[in-house]
Design a protein. Sequence first.
Length: 219
Amino acid sequence: MAAAQGQRSDGTGEMDGAPGRTADTTPPPFRAAVDALRAARLRPQIEIDPARPPQRLAPYAYALEAAVVDGEDDLADGRLVLLHDPAGHEAWKGTFRLVTLVRAELEPEMAADPLLPEVCWSWLVGALQARGLACGEPSGTVTRAGSHYFGGLAERPPASQIEIRASWTPREGAGGVPDAGAHLAAWCDLLSQIAGLPPAGSEDGTVVTLPQRRGPRGA
């Protein structure tokens, strides 16, 4: 596993979710959660960088983008956003919310499996449970999409993609701070699994993963 810090280039003001805010006004629980994300240790196949956070979902937000890379192949990618509303949010039933997008290309045989959406959702739930993480109000979608190419692109084989969009409320610990680093690690377990890699510590072959795709995603 490699330290995530070595793969990021943090800029000033990234933990602030609204224009005009400065780091001095950032609530301590949110600052602590962001620090935990920055300090998380991830497996070496995962490349992760900060991304521009959404501006209207919560008063404070911090976003990360990640990809599972094998050589020159990008096996899967995703985005994780940490939202914080110090006043609490009725729909979240808490002051923090995690929002995610994960996607990967599939072999046609796997894409045709009618149980694939249920399996992918169970991977998300299982990744959180495997790290002992409690979460509330989970919701999301699993979408399969297929592409067929014509004309100048006709030589490309048909491609299928799976996409998971989800959100959940992490349990808050001492000082109202969730274990953001552990949630990031669980999310990376899901990203690795959907990419066709076994989750860290599960190399005994007991975990079912998606077959790795044949090559990098086309432009």
